[in-house]
Design a binder for this molecule. Structure first.
Ligand code: COA
Length: 424
């Protein structure tokens, strides 16, 4: 069977920037018909942000809106509201990520929309949950990383770099979008049984926090025992009353660290990550691979508990090995000894990674006006279906087509246009 999993599912996508669009883009890749509602004349703000080619849709927009259709619609006009209602009556899923209260104010709260179409599933993204003191605060990526525990636990635990640090990965935005996808798909399954749609509320803070649950684990360990033995500064550094930042530690109870490789002085990504597993056999093999066989019979190093007391000494010794080779050599050598390891890949290296192109994760997409652009396609691989990554829509590209689908005539569309309900 080659049918796309979400074929036949219609999504009304009133989202913008990254969190919401990442959610609806994935639904589109999985086969849903995603109709993006955009403000007439301007559209999603990312269309005009960080432009690499003047007057063309920006790469930020293209990376997050492929496989969608676009309708320009002023949802503040009475006619615009009517059009949106018609679209919702005929849809399965509605997703919005406007600022708190904006959709409600325009008459598109969950309660109103549920009355309009009881089968419709309503997904919303906000910075914070409704119980939060910040429920009405607008949020962007770093706000969520800071409020969700990521920034407080990322970076170095001492010295001048001991400052809250956000991840380069979009934990606040795309991660929230992916969380909402899970909720929406579950709601679709639920609707199969109940016949009724539900409201799925996903806050950005909670999407980040969900990925920081191991940090809460460590907080509780600290409160119960007064220390965190797997923290990389243990035992020398005295932890206060909260989980410190762990630098590049693995985060569990095995010794993992990021090591300099040949060329690190000029290449900021000439690093490799190596994990030393706890089991004797795996540890002995790693020692062999790195040529540090003296540790195998030395009680200072040959048990996990002993190693935990001399972590920094171990890291320094391993780096004497890695610094003599490039990161690919290290991985090639150590993988033969069964050591979990990987090179630190720059984005420039990832862009050229043939394996990622071959499996369809990095894809070139044809785009009207611009020509081809490179994007990251669907990260999941299915045995019976391959998502086809198509271009992102031009602003209002499908306005007429969509209006006709819900029954409007050419004359009515002309009138909407004259009144700037759809576009100038
Ligand atoms: C992202 C965010 C901070 C931007 O806030 P913003 O600059 O106020 O932009 P919004 O689009 O939400 O709202 C601006 C206005 O445009 C209006 N608008 C949006 N689409 C419209 C349309 N198609 N037709 C008419 N009006 C529209 C909104 O109703 C709002 O009007 P109001 O200010 O009178 O209430 C905010 O939307 C937010 O906090 N969203 C939830 C969290 C989130 O997803 N953030 C991450 C984004 S990556």
């Amino acid at each position: 069977m080659k049918t796309a999993p979400l074929e036949g599912i219609k999504v009304i996508d009133w989202t913008q920037v990254q969190s919401g669009p990442s959610c609806t883009q994935l639904l589109a890749w999985l086969g849903a018909d995603v109709i993006k509602i955009e403000r007439p004349g301007t559209g999603d703000p990312t269309r005009t942000q960080m432009l690499d080619i003047p007057d063309l849709d920006g790469l930020y927009f293209l990376q997050l809106n492929s496989n969608k259709r676009s309708i320009e619609l002023d949802a503040k006009t009475p006619e615009g509201k009517e059009i949106l209602k018609k679209l919702l009556q005929d849809a399965d899923i509605f997703v919005e990520n406007l600022h708190p209260g904006a959709a409600d104010k325009l008459g598109f709260s969950w309660e109103e929309v549920h009355k309009l179409n009881p089968r419709l599933i309503y997904g919303t993204i906000k910075g914070f949950n409704p119980e939060s003191p910040y429920a009405n605060v607008k949020a962007f990526e770093p706000v969520a990383q800071c409020a969700g525990g990521a920034a407080a636990t990322t970076g170095w635990w001492e010295g001048e770099h001991n400052i809250p640090t956000q991840s380069g990965a979009a934990l606040g935005d795309s991660n929230t979008g992916m969380h909402l996808v899970i909720g929406l798909l579950a709601a679709l399954m639920q609707r199969e049984k109940t016949g009724e749609g539900c409201f799925v509320y996903q806050s950005m803070q909670e999407a980040v926090l969900n990925l920081c649950r191991v940090k809460l684990r460590d907080q509780l360990i600290l409160e119960h025992t007064g220390e965190i033995k797997h923290f990389p500064g243990y035992p020398e550094y005295k932890v206060g009353d909260t989980v410190p930042r762990y630098g590049n530690a693995e985060g569990g109870q095995v010794l993992g660290w990021c090591y300099k490789c040949k060329g690190w002085e000029t290449d900021s990504n000439a690093y490799v990550y190596i994990v030393l597993q706890n089991e004797d056999k795996a540890f002995d093999k790693a020692c062999e691979g790195m040529g540090i066989t003296k540790w195998i019979n030395d009680p200072k190093f040959n048990t996990p508990a002993a190693r935990n007391l001399v972590k920094q000494e171990i890291y320094a010794e391993i780096e004497k090995y890695t610094i003599t080779k490039d990161k690919y050599e290290v991985v090639s050598e150590l993988s033969k000894f069964g050591v979990p390891c990987g090179p630190v890949l720059s984005i420039a290296e990832i862009e050229k990674d043939e394996s990622l192109h071959k499996c369809g994760t990095l894809v070139k997409v044809p785009q009207p006006k611009r020509g081809e652009y490179l994007t990251i396609g669907c990260p999941q691989k299915f045995s019976n279906f391959t998502p086809e990554i198509k271009s992102a829509p031009l602003l209002g590209e499908h306005t007429d087509e969509i209006l006709k689908e819900i029954g409007y005539s050419d004359d009515e569309i002309k009138e909407f246009r004259e009144k700037h309900v759809v576009c100038k």
